[in-house]
Design a protein around this ligand. Structure first.
Ligand SMILES: Nc1ncnc2c1ncn2[C@@H]1O[C@H](COP(=O)(O)OP(=O)(O)OP(=O)(O)O)[C@@H](O)[C@H]1O
Ligand SMILES: [Mg+2]
Length: 401
């Protein structure tokens, strides 16, 4: 078992709280992505797990064993960093095997592990070269191979793709996903790039200011963001936000914006009734705003009069930078749109896909998660995991007392 558990972990550097009461269970074989802006505590979480920094409060367990006082080399983990320094005078073969040599493993075993790792990563023909004779992408694979030969129970990767150009990043992203499937090992992967998080993760933990904002599958976070931060961070281009007032009676709630009034659909009304007469934040993703002449079937279409500022042709779609009153927002519309800069355009908001947030707490009022935000599937997983790792009795049914 190589599940990982952070239990109320706090890390302070003097007055800086880098990680604040961080609790996260990562089941065996999961690809968990920690994502968040710069300074949000992602690397700190990884370094504590690796044992490179000391925990201020709380515990970290690997495979059910608390590792707070266990040296990094005895934690059975391997880490790949953003900057992967290879030894320039050593061959690729020796670079990959170096850690094993330090551990005094016998030559035959080292050789077979190096060969196997090189085969998995498709770099067998490079083993005789020096690092200076490799491309950036090839060097990154060598760094991964160096981690693989250790046969760790947990892989830690901290922004491993950020030194690669855009195309190579996409390729290597897929390589790492394949590697995860092949090895069946737990991966903890840090990135500030939400696209990497969405495409690679089994589950994502979104962080801000050292605090977990929400944990869930990529689709769950996309559909049910717990708060304004997650809503704005997950999805590209980002969700649009409007300040609106909730008005109307119990059966005809409406949202009054600066230049539009929208009917609240039945499915969203429950969370909004108590906000009547007050302001809320309306959130709607660019893909849920359509040109009125090209509305997909089954759209709950509420019209909004806009003015076109800029059009950006993407081929399969058009990004429209629009204005409604003073408020600018973005729509991704059908490429057949007749939208032209400086002209008015009727668009529609698909309100079945709208989100509403409390302007003070910033929490999702209509369809976010209730408490700490694990989706049902992962909550069950977490329960099963707790049972297996923390309870003393026989492992039982998940959720059974
Ligand atoms: N050794 C240190 N001494 C003092 N403060 C630190 C140290 N390491 C990190 N911090 C602070 O802790 C906070 C979290 O840093 P961390 O490196 O974990 O962020 P991050 O999410 O990895 O950011 P980035 O995306 O920029 O790598 C930051 O405010 C940072 O300045
Ligand atoms: Mg970092």
């Amino acid at each position: 078992m190589a599940d990982v558990a952070f239990d109320h972990v706090t890390k302070r550097f003097r007055s800086v709280v880098a990680l604040n009461d961080f609790t996260l269970r990562i089941p065996d074989k999961e690809f968990l992505v920690l994502v968040g802006p710069s300074g949000s505590g992602k690397s700190t979480a990884l370094r504590l797990l690796a044992g490179l920094d000391e925990i201020t409060e709380g515990t970290i367990s690997i495979g059910g064993r608390v590792v707070n006082d266990i040296a990094p080399r005895d934690r059975d983990i391997a880490m790949v960093f953003q900057t992967y320094a290879l030894y320039p005078h050593m061959s690729i073969r020796d670079n990959i095997g170096f850690g094993l040599k330090l551990r005094k493993m016998n030559k035959g075993e080292i050789d077979s592990r190096v060969k196997e790792a090189a085969r998995i990563l498709g770099i067998s023909e490079l083993l005789g070269r020096k690092p200076g004779q490799l491309s950036g992408g090839q060097r990154q694979r060598v760094a991964l191979a160096r981690a693989i030969v250790r046969e760790p129970r947990v892989f830690l990767l901290d922004e491993p793709l950020s030194n690669l150009d855009a195309k190579l990043r996409v390729n290597t992203r897929a390589e790492i996903s394949k590697l995860h499937q092949r090895l069946g090992t737990t991966f903890v992967y840090v990135t500030h790039d939400q696209v990497e998080a969405m495409t690679m993760a089994t589950r994502i933990a979104v962080m801000n200011f050292g605090v977990i904002q929400q944990v869930g599958t990529p689709q769950h976070l996309y559909d049910h963001p717990a708060n304004v931060f997650v809503a704005g961070f997950i999805g590209s281009p980002s969700m649009n936000f409007f300040d609106v007032k909730v008005v109307g009676g119990d059966h005809d709630l409406r949202l009054e914006g600066e230049s539009f009034t929208l009917p609240v659909p039945k499915s969203k009304a429950a969370g909004l009734r108590s906000f009547r007469g007050r302001e809320i934040v309306l959130g709607i993703r660019p893909e849920n705003i359509h040109d009125r002449d090209f509305v997909p079937p089954q759209t709950n279409a509420a019209p909004v009069a806009a003015k076109v500022e800029v059009t950006e042709l993407m081929g399969n779609e058009v990004f429209l930078h629009l204005l409604a009153g003073e408020q600018s927002f973005l729509a991704r519309v059908d490429p057949r749109t007749g939208a032209r800069p400086d002209r008015p355009l009727q668009v529609v908001f698909d309100l079945e896909k709208m989100h509403a947030f409390d302007p003070e707490s910033e929490r999702n009022l209509t369809d976010g998660d209730q408490a700490t935000s694990a989706d049902p599937a992962s909550a069950a997983e977490t329960r099963a995991f707790d049972q297996a790792t923390f309870s003393r009795g026989r492992p039982g049914r998940p959720g059974a007392e």
